[in-house]
Design a protein around this ligand. Structure first.
Ligand code: HGY
Ligand code: MN
Ligand code: MN
Length: 404
């Protein structure tokens, strides 16, 4: 067994939490390219150097700690949602760091580590790994804007120490990502490990509806073009129309709404909102896209509104590679027989993009009460360590089998 040190791993996880600690529970506020994110990445790069890895920060700010020669790549992301937990992404990066460190100390298989940039989609969806994998071109990504109108191109220019070269994916034999489940299944059923078989796909698009801003006291109801009412109608209609298409596993979310000018005595003239939907079936995602567009256009036409669509960001569902999945399953069975399961991921991960470049495998540990993308996100430390052990076993076994 690789000589992983659980105390060192947990101490580093807690140190990383210190960058952007929210003050509420173990929450963090560390969005991509924020001061806290940049400081956390500098700290991480130092830990990688101490572990004997060569640091390369790629053009978008993803931080790689490279082992010599051909290696497995292990990691995730260290940016957070605007309100996030301490483990989403951070767990996979620090697990990778500990495994690379332990393997280096024991003369085990070479292991490289990565923290991808903007996994949480301040600008897009898994932007750093999407650009590296070619899912999105750098030119296209540079045009993405966040909810405050900042461009990705401008934000990445503020990330210090960037190389002008991307890392060559051919140097890696595969990508392993450990993550919290972010859902209720393992916690509810008293299991400690999930081996992922597939990751759902996603579609995400900003929609703008323009009506007419006017006085809230004098404008008769029949003469209004109220952008909020248009959004409310759109929301009700898509819920009805999706019924014919979705399964109980399909999800959709309007998570960000910017109403203009957002004042009690003004009929709102404009709304910009996010429309996101996720499912394991690409065809269903595309049928939902047609419903979204048609419904928005219909609402606009019937009420005299203008509608605008932002770029449709799309990631297809992916399956995990059989060899890496098998290694994780065997490691789970050896460590926690009867207390693990195979399961899909309803959350997105950098592994989705990595599947375009190399074999990928993913491991979950439980989320207490299934909470994530919230300050209350947490996992028992014993479960974090179990995940680390299972991952280390798999890495060691893959090293022995000379995973191609
Ligand atoms: O939204 C997601 O699934 C991921 O956490 N960014
Ligand atoms: Mn994550
Ligand atoms: Mn997340």
């Amino acid at each position: 067994m690789l000589p992983i040190q659980p105390d060192r791993f947990l101490a580093d996880l807690h140190r990383l939490r210190g960058f952007g600690a929210s003050g509420v529970g173990k929450g963090v506020v560390r969005p991509a390219y924020s001061d806290a994110d940049i400081a956390a990445r500098a700290w991480l790069a130092e830990r990688m150097r101490e572990a004997g890895l060569t640091v390369q920060v790629d053009p978008v700010g993803s931080v790689f700690g490279l082992a010599e020669g051909r290696s497995l790549l292990v990691g995730s992301h260290t940016d957070s949602q605007p309100e996030g937990g301490w483990l989403d992404g951070a767990l996979g990066v620090i697990a990778g760091l500990e495994i690379a460190r332990a393997s280096g100390e024991a003369g085990g298989p070479p292991v490289s580590v990565v923290s991808f940039q903007d996994e949480e989609g301040r600008f897009g969806v898994t932007t750093g790994s999407a650009v590296w994998s070619g899912t999105v071109s750098l030119e296209e990504a540079d045009g993405f804007v966040d909810r405050d109108g900042v461009r990705f191109g401008a934000a990445r220019a503020g990330m210090p120490g960037r190389s002008d070269r991307f890392v060559d994916p051919a140097r890696f034999s595969g990508f392993l990502e450990m993550h919290i489940e972010q859902g209720p299944v393992l916690d509810r059923d008293g299991e400690v490990i999930g081996v992922v078989d597939a990751i759902v796909g996603i579609r995400d698009m900003a929609i703008t509806i323009d009506g007419a801003q006017n006085h809230a006291g004098t404008t008769p109801m029949a003469l209004r073009k109220d952008a909020f009412q248009a959004l409310a109608r759109f929301n009700a209609l898509i819920a009805e129309r999706f019924c014919n298409v979705v399964t109980p596993q399909t999800v959709w979310t309007i998570g960000h709404v910017a109403l203009h000018p957002n004042a009690a005595s003004i009929v709102p003239g404009r709304v910009r909102f996010s429309m996101q939907w996720r499912d394991g079936d690409a065809d269903r995602l595309n049928r939902m896209a047609a419903i979204v567009r048609d419904t928005a256009l219909e609402v606009a036409a019937s009420g005299g509104f203008e509608v605008g669509f932002g770029p449709l960001l799309a990631l297809e569902p992916v399956t995990m590679e059989a060899g890496l999945r098998g290694a994780l399953e065997q490691a789970a069975e050896a460590d926690v027989a009867g207390r693990w399961r195979v399961m899909p991921s309803g959350a997105l991960h950098d592994a989705t993009n990595m599947a375009r470049l190399m074999p990928v495998g993913m491991l979950f540990v439980p989320s207490i009460n299934g909470i994530s993308h919230a300050f209350a996100e947490d996992t028992n430390e014993a479960d974090l360590v179990t995940g680390l052990r299972v991952m280390a076993r798999a890495v060691e076994a893959l090293g022995k089998s000379a995973h191609p």
